[in-house]
Design a protein around this ligand. Sequence first.
Ligand code: TPW
Ligand code: MG
Length: 544
Amino acid sequence: MNLSEVLLTALSAHGAREVFGIPGDFALPFFKIIEESKILPLYTMSHEPAVGFAADAAARYRSKLGVAAVTYGAGALNMVNAVAGAFAEKSPVVVISGAPGKGEVLSGMLLHHQAKTIDSQFAIYREITCDQARLDDARTAPAEISRVLSSCLRESRPVYIELPRDMVAVPCEPVVALSPAPIDADALAACADEVLARLRSASAPVLMVGVEVRRFGVEEQVAELARRLGVPCVTTILGRGLLAETDAPLAGTYLGVAGDPEITRMVEESDALLLLGVIISDTNFGVSSRKIDLRHTIQALDHRVTLGFHTYPDITLPALLDAMLSRVAERNAVPRFERPNYPRGLVADDQPIGPNDVARAINDLMQRDGPIPIATDIGDCMFTAMDIDHTALVAPGYYASMGFGVPAGLGLQAASGERPIILVGDGAFQMTGWEIGNCRRFGWDPIVIVLNNASWEMLRTFQPESAFNDLGDWKFAAMADGLGGEGVRVTTRAELKAALDQAVATRGKFQLIEAIIPRGVLSDTLARFVAGVKRLTVAKTNPA
Ligand code: TPW
Ligand code: MG
């Protein structure tokens, strides 16, 4: 095999199922081998941020490698933001960038796409990936590939592979996968015993799940552990969608002041809050109505378990869960808790549409047809998703980059084989909405709901006096035909319902529903979130 085939075979063996990409001259020879070897299918997109977002969503959905292949400089640097988001939200994306060959580097000339030095790109990517390799030596390449791919899965974070264009076709030995590092059985036993003792001596334990639970593929174990311990579960914002496919005793999502008061009380009054794979971020905890003292929580994150003031290093989440499950044999009754009442029963009248109506319409649809995977952007669309029944969800819940939703939805359809719903605001759609033009080539047919308020409404709620939050009235639905799909603009709740029914009934082409939402009309969750953040900010800047 040549180096490119070795790399593609190793990606596949580590769980990658496709490559998203945009070529350039430094990457053309590699792309030729991707296409002709047929080891993994290639989906080309229109703009590199979308390549990164799609690969990220595929990685999130499958909890396996997502692959983003780009050219040197203009291509790879165009994708920095998407990869930073994958780093922040712990998504295992493999970035493969073409690069100049050895002879070219020695020419003494500056090369096109070169920003500062030939190594600038490597240095930039070192900051937003957890491991890196430049495949400039066929003898060391298999070991480098093996190390980097195993780092990607172990850390569940992006990695960077640079492939000089004169290396793509050199003969190369296959990659031997690394076996995971062994875990100290005594430390693991002590850790599991201590965590269980804490939970058992508590009067109101709660299990909070974050993204690592999906990344490391342990949703079933968490659900079973919660059942056996008799402890209710909640997710973080970023973890929303987790446990949706299990029988876990799931109360809902902790949103602090922005969320269901019952869930907020349950979490904030818990005397043993077990955080499983929860990223400690302001979006997850900054909205607390009362400060949660993290020193009193039990945290399993980044292969460490911390209780009070001590830490067990090198304990993975899967190992911890297995050890705990082996110590608790019987299922216990879970104390009763109220499940949130997600809105349903859309009234199909001639009233204008609000974000809550969109949640209602989707809940009605899922009640009729079963769960549908969802991708959202950031903006009110993401808060609207918090009012939709638990279902597989990809959303930039912490890093919060606009432009994620549409390309992530395409990645979601590629990875799941299922037809997703994409929720996106008009501002975010202006960034990456064009990417739906790629659906026809690959047979994707997502249902895209653009919440069009001609506004950066989420920003407006923080700062109503600024006129720059007014956006133009772009006619998105009218663009759908030219992009290979079908579009409809709806202004009433009756039209919204009819459009969604029509979209569901029409397969084979993307369906764009442009829901016109009056400025100033927010989802209940966003309204509470903004009010809460404002209150907390005032309290921080004007301490009493
Ligand atoms: C890449 C900052 C956060 S929310 C927002 C902006 C500009 C407005 C979103 O407008 P949209 O949705 O999509 O119409 P809505 O519901 O508020 O009307 N640049 C990037 N990411 C972020 N998060 C911003 C700017 C921002
Ligand atoms: Mg908007």
